[in-house]
Design a protein around this ligand. Sequence first.
Ligand SMILES: Nc1ncnc2c1ncn2[C@@H]1O[C@H](COP(=O)(O)OP(=O)(O)OP(=O)(O)O)[C@@H](O)[C@H]1O
Ligand SMILES: O=P(O)(O)OC[C@H]1O[C@H](OP(=O)(O)OP(=O)(O)O)[C@H](O)[C@@H]1O
Length: 211
Amino acid sequence: MDDILKVAMPKGRIYKQAAKLFTKAGLPIPEDLEEGRRLIIPVPGAKMEFILAKPVDVPTYVEYGVADIGVVGKDVLMEENRNVYELLDLGIARCRMSVIGLPDWKQVINPRVATKYPNVASQYFREKGQQVEVIKLNGSIELAPLIGLADRIVDMVETGQTLKENGLVEQEEIFQITSRLIANRVSYRMKNESIQRLCDMLQDVLPIVKL
Ligand SMILES: Nc1ncnc2c1ncn2[C@@H]1O[C@H](COP(=O)(O)OP(=O)(O)OP(=O)(O)O)[C@@H](O)[C@H]1O
Ligand SMILES: O=P(O)(O)OC[C@H]1O[C@H](OP(=O)(O)OP(=O)(O)O)[C@H](O)[C@@H]1O
């Protein structure tokens, strides 16, 4: 195992907030990715490099050890259920996972539930003892109840603007979401010193809760 710490960073909306956090902790990485297409970013002066991944793939890179650690939303962690350690709650990209529907929604037998998170949705309704048909979508989930594809949806809510603009209401909150720092199980032992140092540096710049 080489001694460079490889960090999988999600492209997209978490990136900027995570980059700000790492920079504040003394590990300067560009806050804006729009200008370049490079997928591997070395950190000057540190034995560390950042791998830019699609958010949903971060736990996969970390489980397989091609990244030692990663930054990922709790939503993705719950859905992907990968064999990784969850080290820190970074407190960024805060939102929640909820059940959503039209205001005049009525309970029906075996309702259809559209979502990007089929495992989360199935588990939630199974635990409530409700039988549902889960339909996997990849985006614009709020469309489903509007055009009759599904009775309800399970999706993320941040400001509530998307719901408001589409005449939908939040019915049940499933869990709160923030981004987490995760680690590969072998790396956590083999590179414990540098991973611990990184955790300490991050903890110093955030009022974060150690899990
Ligand atoms: N309003 C929000 N909507 C969705 N995700 C949010 C929101 N706020 C914070 N997040 C967090 O940001 C993470 C990544 O979201 P982002 O939209 O960048 O990725 P994505 O949904 O995989 O997008 P894409 O499919 O376009 O790559 C989510 O997993 C979640 O933890
Ligand atoms: O409460 P709000 O602040 O409105 O944010 C919530 C919306 O943001 C996300 O969608 P995203 O922008 O990722 O689009 P997509 O689901 O179509 O990919 C999520 O799926 C909701 O639709």
